[in-house]
Design a protein around this ligand. Sequence first.
Ligand code: ADP
Ligand code: ADP
Length: 239
Amino acid sequence: MSLLEVNGLTKSYQPGNPILKDVSFSVEAGEFIAVIGPSGAGKSTMLRCLNRMVDIGEGQVLFDGRDVGAQNKKGLRDVRKNIGMVFQHYNLVPRLTVIENVLHGRFGYKSTLQGVLGRFTEEEKRKAFDLLGKLGIAEHAYKRCDQLSGGQQQRVGICRALIQDPKIILCDEPIASLDPNSSRIIMDHLKTISIEFGITCIVNLHQVDVAKDYANRIIGLRKGEVVFDGPSPLLSQRF
Ligand code: ADP
Ligand code: ADP
């Protein structure tokens, strides 16, 4: 059984204007996949369908054999526990510290933010520190997130995604707001995570060269359709 199966996904926000058209692919555990395509191609919408951050339209998303679209609230929470998300604009809570933001990931993104640190066991806090250490930002643990650079904030975002031991992380343009140097650092971390922790990664990117450097497999989207799906070296330069 594949970790993730997308079958005939057709998604519209407005009737008669499909953003994704009959998208199908499956993902095996451990893959590092880049989704590329021009702005507006539907990359973000596709990632958001996978954990039902937006309603899945027609078609089916199976995660670990479970029909994501058919889950009730509790089922969906279980599915999302295994799916970490990383965003272009980090989506951190600026007035919370780094470590609070990381631990916040354990709440399943509920909005209760009061006294976040107090709710966690020493072991959970240690785990958060370990992750911050792995990503080279442990020294910033007690700073407010808005005091960090973009690249550092994205590393916090990655730690938050990892705190629940997800099977997969979905990264929506994680480097689009970063300079080339910070971008490489982030991509290096994602690659290391996928290899060291065995976590499957799907990364939306608009830079073809970065996709080719890091991903084993590339899915090319254009106007909501999959126009390429294969090993990175086979992607033509002209994509
Ligand atoms: P990409 O990530 O490839 O840039 P998106 O999935 O963000 O593509 O957007 C694809 C299309 O869907 C765009 O035309 C965008 O304007 C539209 N779109 C995205 N989100 C929404 C939304 N919540 N409501 C209506 N249209 C949307
Ligand atoms: P809302 O639905 O009003 O955005 P949530 O509590 O669901 O409120 O989300 C709070 C924040 O966490 C938002 O910025 C959202 O984008 C982000 N978020 C939602 N789901 C996830 C997820 N699975 N992983 C990481 N961040 C998430």
